[in-house]
Design a binder for this molecule. Structure first.
Ligand code: PLP
Length: 488
């Protein structure tokens, strides 16, 4: 038996400080200089694979931590994609709040296991407050919630809660095979792909999703939805869930939530909102009309790692009543002595051991305040509006949509009248804009993504970025012109 342990893993206090201060210096420099860097280094996949392969991973003797950390920081700062860059406007990936970065470090240091109160007393209480703050900020009257990794998981947790609440037989024990009537759910054709994963993962199968068409804005067709629900009842299916989207991933459009709430009320269905991206905008009084009805939802999924700028990962599954989560997830096995606590997060979601994701969210809320977050969200939306107007005014651009902080548009090249059909012209423009995007991803000064609108390939910018300014947008059209292939 060792009387002294192999102590290489235990850094001395002096060593820890030296390493930590040096790393913090590097991170601070990176943040300070981010505007002058490229968003992507443009390293090819082959070169990157070769680079990582040549780094010795586990020599028998190990390596000194100082150079290891320094070299790794350099590796990451030279070859990563920086979503914290002011000109990164792609997908819905936000820049990380610097205080959130420090929050993650502190959370790791405490290493709270927020599965059980007894293991994480302060952390559990902080998570409760943080989750409630998110609900209150959006004006959602729910009293239950849990933090999970991302929007997909948050939606999935709500999906399972809906099944548990709506399907009366003991679905936890018998699964979906014990059911007389087949459960079906409804969502628009713009719904994010988590819904397929959920239907699949819970054993229901994706054939049980009723995809409802959308209007030209991308909003679910309410009349069609109601007709489909009615038919399903007539044909002895079991409608149980309607999913509305509060800010679609493609164009940011918000479904008519009030109408969805009314239908769910009328037919006794669970009303879930996928607000992973957009639901936090419900905190803006000027958007109250757009989000009307969201308070009537039975559950909402929302991502603090999007519009609250938490570093990845942080999402919230929110439900009206916490009993919907415990009914779905609580088992109380004999090997845990957790009975004495009022609340253990292990009973509220699929995870057992859980990290302290709430800390970075809680810290940022307190740092920025409700007003600060409102202002940041409002500015992002105003910038997206500005971008729309900018592209709309220019002769050689066409602006398509602007909802929340997402704007879609494309670059036009003059096509001689009468030389090609309208469909061919559209095809040519699709090719052109695809080529522009591909070049942009390699070049790395700006980073956008795409939206497919009908049969049109559009460029898409989504501003969930507290560093983006008007000047970053002003320079974008000329940059795109420069990137456009000269001849087709
Ligand atoms: C981002 C997003 C998701 C998925 O969330 P992740 O955090 O990426 O898992 C789901 N739905 C919508 C509307 C989103 O914007």
């Amino acid at each position: 038996m060792p009387t002294r342990r192999f102590d290489k893993i235990e850094l001395s206090s002096a060593e820890f400080k030296e390493l930590g201060y040096a790393l913090i210096d590097r991170i601070a420099d990176h943040q300070q200089n981010i505007r002058n860097k490229k968003i992507t280094a443009g390293t090819t996949r082959e070169a990157l694979q070769e680079l990582i392969r040549t780094l010795e991973i586990a020599p028998e003797e190990g390596q000194a931590p100082g150079p290891l950390l320094a070299n790794t920081a350099q590796l990451l700062f030279e070859h990563s994609l920086f979503n914290g860059h002011p000109k990164f406007m792609a997908y819905i990936t936000s820049s990380p709040a610097p205080l959130g970065i420090l929050g993650d470090l502190l959370a790791s240091a405490v290493n709270a296991n927020v599965g059980a109160w007894i293991l994480a007393p302060v952390a559990t209480e902080i998570e409760k407050r943080a989750v409630q703050w998110v609900a209150d900020f959006m004006g959602f009257p729910g009293r239950g919630g849990v933090m999970v990794s991302g929007g997909n998981m948050a939606n999935h947790v709500c999906f399972l809660a809906a099944m548990r609440a709506q399907i009366d037989v003991d679905i936890r024990a018998k699964g979906v095979r014990g059911l007389d009537r087949q459960p079906v759910l409804y969502c628009s054709d713009q719904t994010h792909t988590w819904v397929q994963k959920s239907a699949d993962l819970c054993g229901l199968g994706t054939d049980h999703i009723r995809w409802i068409d959308t209007d030209e804005q991308g909003r679910v067709d309410i009349a069609l939805l109601e007709e489909t629900i009615r038919k399903d009842f007539q044909n002895d299916y079991h409608p149980f869930l309607v999913v509305g989207t509060g800010g679609s991933v493609s164009t940011g459009v918000v479904d008519p939530l009030q109408d969805l709430a009314t239908i769910c009320e009328k037919y006794g269905l669970w009303f879930h909102i996928d607000g992973a991206y957009g639901a936090l905008a419900a905190a803006l009084p000027e958007l109250a009309d757009q989000f009307a009805g969201h308070g009537q939802a039975d559950s909402i999924a929302v991502d603090p790692h999007k519009w609250l700028y938490a570093p990845l990962e942080a999402a919230c599954a929110l439900v009206k009543d916490p009993v919907h989560l415990t009914d779905t997830f609580s088992y109380r096995p004999p090997y845990y002595n957790f009975e004495n606590s009022e609340m253990n997060y292990v009973d509220y979601g699929p995870q057992n051991s859980r990290g302290f994701r709430a800390l970075k969210v809680w810290l940022s809320c307190r740092h920025l305040g409700t007003g600060g977050y409102r202002q940041l969200i409002r500015e992002d939306i105003a910038l997206a509006q500005y971008a729309f107007d900018l592209f709309d005014r220019l002769e050689d651009f066409e602006a398509f949509t602007q909802h929340l902080s997402i704007t879609t548009f494309r670059y036009l090249l003059p096509i001689e009248k009468g030389t090609v059909s309208a469909a061919d012209a559209n095809q040519q423009l699709n090719q052109l804009n695809k080529a522009i995007l591909n070049r942009m991803e390699l070049e790395g000064t700006y980073f956008l993504s795409t939206a497919v609108i009908g049969d049109t390939f559009a460029l898409r910018l989504c501003i969930v970025n507290f560093r983006t300014t008007k000047a970053d947008l002003d320079a974008l059209p000329e940059y795109i012109r420069q990137l456009a292939p000269r001849s087709r």
